[in-house]
Design a protein around this ligand. Sequence first.
Ligand code: ADP
Ligand code: MG
Length: 682
Amino acid sequence: MARLSDPITVLRGIGPAKAKLFAALNIYTLEDLICHFPRGYEDRTKLIPICELEPDKPACFRAMVMNTPRTAHIRQGLDLTRVQAADTTGRLTLTFFNSKYAQENLEYGREYIFYGTLTGDYAAYGMTNPVFEAPDSQPVTTRRVLPIYPLTAGLTNAAMLRAVKQALAVCDPPAEILPGLIREKYHILPAQEAYRAIHEPADMQEAEQARRRLIFEEFFVFSAGLSLMRATRAGKRTAPYENRDLSDFYAALPFSLTGAQQRSIGEILADFSRGTPMNRLVQGDVGSGKTMVAAAAAFCAIRNGHQAALMAPTEILAEQHFASLTRLFAPLGITVGLLTGSMTPKEKRQVREKLLGGEIQMAVGTHALISEATQFQSLGLVITDEQHRFGVAQRSRLSAKGEDPHLLVMSATPIPRTLALLMYGDLEVSILDELPPGREKVDTFLVGESYRARINAFIRKQVQAGHQCFVVCPAVEENDALDVKSASVWAETLQQTVFPDLRVSLLHGQMKGAEKEAVMAAFARGEADVLVATTVIEVGVDVPNATLMVIEDADRFGLSQLHQLRGRVGRGGAKSYCILTSHNRNPETLQRLKALCGTNDGFKIAEEDLRLRGPGDFFGSRQSGLPAFRVADLSFDMGLLKQAQQASMEWIESSGTADTPEANALRSRVSALFARSEGTMN
Ligand code: ADP
Ligand code: MG
């Protein structure tokens, strides 16, 4: 017997070269292989008579070969093998391209089981390249439910099937971790059965049960993990902040806070008074003013003699927070410091010394802030901005930096309410459901290529009125495989041929940190009219003078992502617009994009996204900040998710912290799942 942790090269037929292909799918060990689940199935269990075959519907049938197969050499590299096959109900011609296998294995007068798709019409029905097996053979490609796996170039489904089959033969699948009572209550297959059935189901029903079990397990583990984190933190003690007077802070603001901002700050202050570390999520649509809520919290921590750290997912955003917090805090006598990955080692060292010495009270940065080298004198509050880019693991690692600092996470990703509870099970939630006054709806239009001249004229009009425009493209470089606009080429085209008299600049993720910052800062200062960019500008960037967002090939983006992008405009007082272009004519795609034109409410959009695409996309998205769920690609429904969460809460209550082998095994599975989320940080 082999072990789950053994490399896949212990399997026959998998050498170093093959292993590389599997590695492209993140499959290194037998466990990875067994946990590489099919993305779907083809039901080839039913044999039907030839007369019931229908065009375009692949099916299995049993038929006799009625003549000696004839192979014609058509030209260099093209051999055609033709043969007649029949059962008692009908007959058809089978054609094989370059198939030595068919030439050598089909024999006149013998019966085979075929699987293929009928083509042609009643005048000449036929079938091209059906697969076939002898009726007395082991079912491999016919007479079974065939799993269809996620693959990579050079790796066929058949090779994957063989590898998985071998893996299941040489070692036991991962052990059962779901408590028996829970399995019974929720009608969940035992682990061993489920791992076998997901790969080798006897029928579609069994495949479905296996899928259900594995999804249930993964969400159960995740949800239990969040609850454990919450329980652990709730047990910790911290000194309450005695000074909760923010009047100096309020006096320094250039505007008065919205009701929602005040309410959230109130909730945070209540957390600060409690004597346990705060664990709070502030969720608010783009532009709802989350930064001010964070600043108020930081101000309070600092006034109580502690340091606050604000972590942003990109350098651009960190820079921007640094600038605006410096403006706000300097007059209040608070020192703000910046720490990002692209600073020189010397600069970083200097900042780190000041963090350790306590000279910097407000630290702003990227994930450089949580590297081993960074130490604080007294870290009281950790704020992460745009939480969806920070995994659960980073969250816990960061809070390990101080003496159980308060934790505030801010997210603009409107998570459908139904998912929020599951995803943020370890957090209290404050919602900013109000925009600062004077914000107008961003008018959004969906247009095709025929509107190009009008789009260009509109860009020009905005610029002539003293405003600026964003143009977002899905790709950085020209790419033949994807027929989409690339930022580099499009920026060049706009500058050279469309707007030679305007200032067009370019921003994308492959540029160096310092270069990106310079471009963004120049745009924010009004030194460019049109900024052509990839989605690097998606998160949080604030340029109030920008009034137009053009999104090219908008169908390439998810709805929530489009909503984020649109949130880059409409941040000043002026009327703002968003133009989505797409030549996609798929009705579903158009419906999705039109949903965006119809509303500016991020939560409604997220609900619509959830309805149209299912929860898999939320959990599968690299940006979710969630662990890499193995089952995210399998389609599943909200009902199952809720059951898993319900079950995990029952478990936590009854035996979540018990010191039994069962509970320990489950807890170590939780750690493994959370550790996997480290890799998802951008
Ligand atoms: P987000 O929630 O998207 O992070 P920000 O915190 O960046 O939003 O705020 C967006 C803009 O609104 C900023 O320019 C900020 O200064 C401004 N702002 C925040 N709160 C208010 C308010 N109460 N009144 C007016 N403007 C505000
Ligand atoms: Mg923000």
